[in-house]
Design a protein around this ligand. Structure first.
Ligand code: SF4
Length: 99
């Protein structure tokens, strides 16, 4: 079995990294333009969303639905098109497994 890194695989990795890293930066900077979820929004209200969790060990930041972070806010799979507070919480909170 050949155990060498080919020039082709190095170039391929660089191209993939070059595409993914700037895309991630664009997403995070784009997140700054996404409006914050209003706790008075009907769905947010139904799920008892709050920007400040009453449970210190349960916040959006450690919820499995929290996908991207930009400063103190991030995106949530439940509330597409809005940002949620990293210190927030709602009834859909599910612990994000470590790792
Ligand atoms: S599901 Fe609820 S607790 Fe989890 S990130 Fe979204 S708003 Fe926060």
């Amino acid at each position: 079995m050949r155990n060498t890194i080919s020039r082709r695989s190095i170039l391929k990795s660089g191209v993939i990294a070059g595409v993914l890293i700037p895309a991630g930066f664009r997403f995070n900077s784009a997140l700054a333009d996404v409006p914050a979820l209003d706790p008075a929004d009907p769905v947010a209200k139904a799920l008892q969303y709050t920007t400040k969790s009453a449970k210190p060990d349960q916040t959006c930041a450690n919820c499995i639905q929290y996908t991207q972070r930009s400063g103190a806010t991030g995106s949530c799979n439940i509330f597409a098109g809005k940002t949620v507070a990293s210190g927030g919480w709602c009834l859909s909170w599910v612990n994000k497994p470590a790792g």
